[in-house]
Design a protein around this ligand. Structure first.
Ligand SMILES: Nc1ncnc2c1ncn2[C@@H]1O[C@H](COP(=O)(O)OP(=O)(O)OP(=O)(O)O)[C@@H](O)[C@H]1O
Length: 478
């Protein structure tokens, strides 16, 4: 009891310390400094209900949609047409889609060549007429310095960041009188593992870990976003590919953590596109697929089976994957909801099955080559969100059911391969072992070149999950 009380005290201290600093940072970045603020303030940041939203609401002044109007976007009624099963299908007009990741004649999986800040803003093909050029000159100067600031910021964003998120005890755990065995203080945490001696007396073994950030059970989804994805959003305009994934046992909070992130990121991306990078020809595309039993399924196209190929330049392409060009938050929200619904209803026993698949949502920023709109746009940067299969599923290899064993082995393979790739990236190894699994092959282009990786390790605080929690923390430990 005493220990428990002390521990919650420590957690509180950590929370205050960490986030009082963060709020200062966030406020100066987002709304206090309105003169240099390149992203307009948010109106409602709490769509999924998980976040506190307290950082943003009081300062909202303008409707976000003011910045998001793009006549090239198909009407929303076009974007989401569902059949009787609730899946999107052939009702879509082909004109609503990009060519898909595998258009062998497109440059889709290739990055645009380096664009310096100055020519990024001087690029005339997007400007219609000389008067407009002059009128926009001063605007562009401002944008120039803002982009330069983004460039400077990008060099400060760590190549790999590992964050641990502890969820609160749930009702079931409380009913079973399970204890919270995790202490968090600042960026470190301690697991108190109860063990038995040979004479059956109990003792507690402490396991200490330090990470780039430790988020305790009081931390909201908004705060998770600020700590993880928000810093990398501006740099995907600077030819960077970034990956954010959640790792942890089933029920540890991976989906709860990951679900709001793409929408929050899309809002910021659109805000940058319509403000800092206005008239620069950037386009945003969304795709959403899952890897289940080593096979790929399109979550925005009725779980259509997809296949992966490598082109002559060893660029990975996903044949037939639908990508939607989007320019407003509402459409993105609907696409994400559609994908999530497809993920869980596409197989029997929603939760059970969702923990056996890896869901990958990608936000790609593209731009036409040298302003030539007749050519397919090229990828400038990409942000991938991955809700991984439950980590303990990889251990299902002893299950009697053959299918479960095969799935378990596949998950095991992909999680190990992912860890190997991250380790290789972390050590700046020239060779990244992508071929270890479908998951890492699909992510190949997100790991090469200028990349950023954020791993969110989700843990349950309960004594009953101690072994899984230790496994998760050891996986995340660098
Ligand atoms: N930080 C949190 N605060 C409050 N509730 C949480 C938190 N994290 C998770 N939960 C709740 O715990 C339950 C399990 O979470 P979630 O479905 O995200 O787990 P998961 O790791 O994605 O599981 P699976 O691998 O089976 O998909 C959900 O009901 C979720 O709402």
């Amino acid at each position: 009891m005493n220990r428990q009380a002390q521990r919650s005290g420590a957690t509180g201290v950590h929370h205050n310390r960490q986030y009082s600093e963060h709020y200062l940072d966030a406020s100066s970045k987002w709304f206090n400094d309105s003169s240099s603020n390149h992203i307009p303030p948010l109106q409602d940041y709490n769509l999924y209900g998980g976040g506190g939203g307290r950082m943003y609401r009081s300062n909202a002044q303008r409707s976000f949609n003011e910045y998001c109007f793009d006549p090239a976007t198909p009407p929303r009624s076009y974007a989401i047409k569902k059949n009787a099963n609730g899946y999107g299908d052939e009702d879509y007009s082909p004109r609503d889609f990009s060519p898909g990741l595998l258009d062998l004649h497109s440059f889709d999986t290739e990055l645009l060549p380096q664009i310096t800040s100055s020519n990024l803003y001087d690029s005339e093909p997007y400007i219609f007429g000389k008067q407009t050029v002059r009128a926009r000159a001063s605007e562009n100067n401002v944008s120039n310095s803002l982009a330069a600031a983004d460039n400077a910021k990008s060099s400060n964003v760590a190549k790999i960041k590992v964050v641990v998120r502890k969820r609160p005890l749930n009702k079931k755990e409380v009913a079973k009188q399970e204890e919270d065995i995790i202490d968090t203080v600042s960026d470190s945490l301690t697991v108190h593992e109860t063990k038995l001696k040979v004479d059956l007396t109990q003792y507690v073994e402490k396991h200490e870990f330090v990470f780039d950030a430790v988020l305790n059970e009081e931390v909201t989804n908004d705060e998770v976003y600020c700590e993880t994805v928000e810093p990398i959003v501006p740099i995907i305009f600077q030819r960077t590919k970034a990956t954010c994934f959640a790792y942890g046992q089933t029920g540890s909070g991976k989906t709860y953590t990951m679900k709001p992130l793409p929408l929050k990121a899309s809002r910021d991306i659109l805000r940058l596109m319509h403000h800092t990078y206005r008239n620069q020809g950037f386009q945003l595309f969304v795709s959403f697929f899952e890897i289940y039993g080593g096979k790929l399924f399109d979550l925005l196209n009725g779980r259509k089976k997809l296949c992966m190929r490598e082109d002559g330049k060893q660029q990975v392409c996903i044949v037939g994957l639908q990508e939607y060009r989007v320019s407003d938050v509402e459409t993105i929200k609907e696409l994400i909801e559609q994908g999530n619904a497809t993920r869980s209803t596409g197989t029997t026993g929603a939760n059970e099955e969702s923990s056996r698949s890896h869901a990958i949502l990608q936000l790609a920023i593209k731009r036409s080559v040298e302003g030539n709109v007749s050519k397919p746009p090229r990828v400038v940067g990409k942000l991938s969100f991955i809700d991984l299969a439950g980590s303990e599923r990889g251990a299902d290899t002893t299950d009697n059911d053959k299918q479960t064993r095969i799935e378990g082995a596949e998950i095991n393979k992909s999680l190990l391969a992912l860890k190997e790739c991250i380790r290789a990236l972390d050590n700046d190894q020239g060779h990244i072992p992508f071929r270890g699994s479908k998951l890492t092959e699909v992510l190949r282009d997100s790991f090469v070149g200028n990349s950023r990786t954020v791993m969110i390790s989700c843990i349950s605080p309960s004594s009953g999950s101690c072994e899984h929690t230790l496994n998760t923390l050891r996986y995340a430990d660098r």
